[in-house]
Design a protein around this ligand. Structure first.
Ligand SMILES: Nc1nc2c(c(=O)[nH]1)N[C@H]1C(S)=C(S)[C@@H](COP(=O)(O)O)O[C@H]1N2
Ligand SMILES: [Mo]
Length: 324
């Protein structure tokens, strides 16, 4: 008899189906059960469980008038900061505690490849140069759940401008840190570490693409991808790479972490589209984190007015690949 086993890294199908036990736990938290209750339930206790850092973002930037309202309630910070995908710290959602080991002081980012002058810049220096604002964005994970987050950050377009890319640059490639001593998930050698993502130049300079350095009025939580991560609200969540250490301007289309693992399920474009199912589940609806609600998913996660023109004419060439 042939036994077909799922590869060890596959996203569980349960990720895309309701998880009553999990949601009950969240309900306890939301009802004020607090960190101790959460710790007792998940088998860990103590101050290290604190999922929401208390370091306020100062000075706090203004909220963008254009992106001040995502049309749904902002997801509760405690819920959101205890339900994360960050495979460097484990292939499950409860990585908040482990992620506190990430050392972000002295963090640097290399900006290189096809640019006038490659540089390495401190995250703090980069952030100080950039026009910061708060934007309330919807986020849609490929696993069919969603959240709404008040991010603090700056347009990726400003970083591209600063980098002065050469005319040969066709794509931007992003890379996450690699340090298996700190991020024990990176000892799982069957994953192609470090995490990599990519965008076309047109996508990278679209006004929606945001480099995120804070959330909920605070310096970015480690589990959200401190000290700097990307957020692309019209694409499936895996495109929004965390804890970035390198931004490279390149001629060839980068192969991302998930594409390398399973190209038939996770591709380069990954634009949200309820009409194109994941090979193992529907993308028609999404569970709204922190609520009991399942709601219809919107094409481009509702950001069509800002981004649809990026893909005009590409459908014939890429077909369903545009949506996976
Ligand atoms: N480096 C890195 N970036 C990552 C991931 C990851 O595992 N590692 N997970 C992605 C996925 S699948 C999602 S849904 C979002 C989750 O972001 P959040 O934890 O802030 O909700 O981060 C994305 N960025
Ligand atoms: Mo995701």
């Amino acid at each position: 008899m042939r036994i077909i086993r799922k590869p060890r890294w596959a996203l569980p199908e349960s990720a895309a189906t309701p998880e009553p036990v999990f949601w009950n736990r969240r309900a306890i938290l939301a009802a004020g059960g607090g960190l101790l209750a959460a710790g007792a339930l998940s088998g860990v206790t103590g101050p290290a469980d604190a999922a929401a850092p208390e370091e306020p973002f100062a000075p706090m930037p203004e909220r963008s008038p254009r992106f001040s309202d995502a049309g749904r309630a902002i997801t509760d910070e405690m819920i959101n900061s205890t339900y994360n995908n960050f495979y460097e710290f484990g292939s499950h959602k409860q990585i908040a505690r482990a992620a506190q080991a990430l050392e972000t002081d002295g963090w640097t980012i290399a900006i290189d490849g096809l640019v006038e002058t490659p540089i390495t810049i401190g995250a703090d220096d980069l952030i100080a140069k950039m026009p910061l604002e708060e934007r309330v964005y919807r986020h849609r994970c490929v696993e069919a759940w969603s959240m709404v987050v008040p991010w603090i950050g700056f347009p990726l377009a400003r970083l591209v401008e600063m980098a002065k890319p050469l005319s040969g640059a066709k794509y931007v490639r992003f890379e996450t840190f690699k340090d298996p001593d700190v991020a024990r998930g990176q000892r799982q050698h069957w994953y192609p570490w470090p995490y990599v993502e990519g965008l076309t130049m047109a996508e990278a300079t679209n006004e929606l693409a945001m480099m995120v350095v804070g959330a909920y009025g605070k310096v970015l939580h480690k589990q959200f991808g401190a000290p700097i991560r990307l957020h692309l609200p019209w694409k499936y969540g895996f495109k929004s790479i965390k804890s970035v250490v390198r931004v490279s301007f390149v001629e060839e289309r980068p192969v991302s972490f998930w594409e390398e693992l399973q190209a038939s399920e996770y591709g380069f474009w990954a634009n949200v589209n309820p009409a194109v199912p994941h090979p193992r589940w529907s993308q028609a609806d999404e569970r709204v984190l922190g609520t009991e609600k399942t709601i219809p998913t919107m094409k481009f996660n509702g950001y069509g007015p800002e981004v649809a023109e990026l893909y005009a004419g590409l459908e014939a060439e890429y077909g369903e690949r545009l949506w996976r």
